[in-house]
Design a binder for this molecule. Structure first.
Ligand code: DQA
Length: 151
């Protein structure tokens, strides 16, 4: 049975490809999404990508995940370091949650070292660029047991 994964992206991630490429790389969010769609198929997962620059949209989408999706991947962008509202929404979910960051937030400015999201996440992948999303999908496939079925 195919399981569904919601992939949420926060502020400024729509600018990937042109935004600080030395830090975030030259891949666009659309190309990361396309790669994840393919990888998802091979793993027995259907993947839905969303992006918003607005905190409330992310809170609404996390709430919507309950009952509609089997797992969640989130790169909350700068809200990672500020948003108790997104943390609270994530804490209400009973499903695998993986936090992803393209850059290594621990090697950057001090204000990026703390993540509110991490308290609710089963795991966090950072510093590996776009491939981090694929690795997050792989860990979800292991947790949901879709890997065996997809082979
Ligand atoms: C980011 C890291 C955050 O500190 C930053 O605000 C972002 C992107 C990352 O993917 O590396 O917008 O989440």
């Amino acid at each position: 049975m195919t399981r569904s994964v919601l992939v949420l992206n926060g502020p400024n991630l729509n600018l990937l490809g042109t935004r600080e490429p030395d830090i975030y790389g030259s891949e666009t969010l659309a190309s990361i999404e396309a790669t994840c769609q393919n990888r998802g198929k091979a793993l027995g997962l259907s993947v839905e990508f969303r992006q918003s620059n607005t905190e409330g949209d992310l809170v609404d989408w996390v709430q919507e995940a309950a009952g509609s999706f089997d797992a969640l991947i989130i790169n909350a962008g700068a809200y990672t370091h500020t948003s108790v509202a997104i943390l609270d929404a994530l804490l209400s979910l009973d499903m695998p949650i993986i936090e992803v960051h393209l850059s290594n937030i621990n090697q950057r400015e001090k204000f990026r070292h703390h993540s509110y999201i991490s308290k609710a996440a089963d795991g966090m992948i950072c510093g590996l660029g776009g491939i981090g999303y694929e690795l997050a999908l792989e860990s979800i496939a292991h947790r949901l047991g879709t890997l065996k079925e997809a082979k």
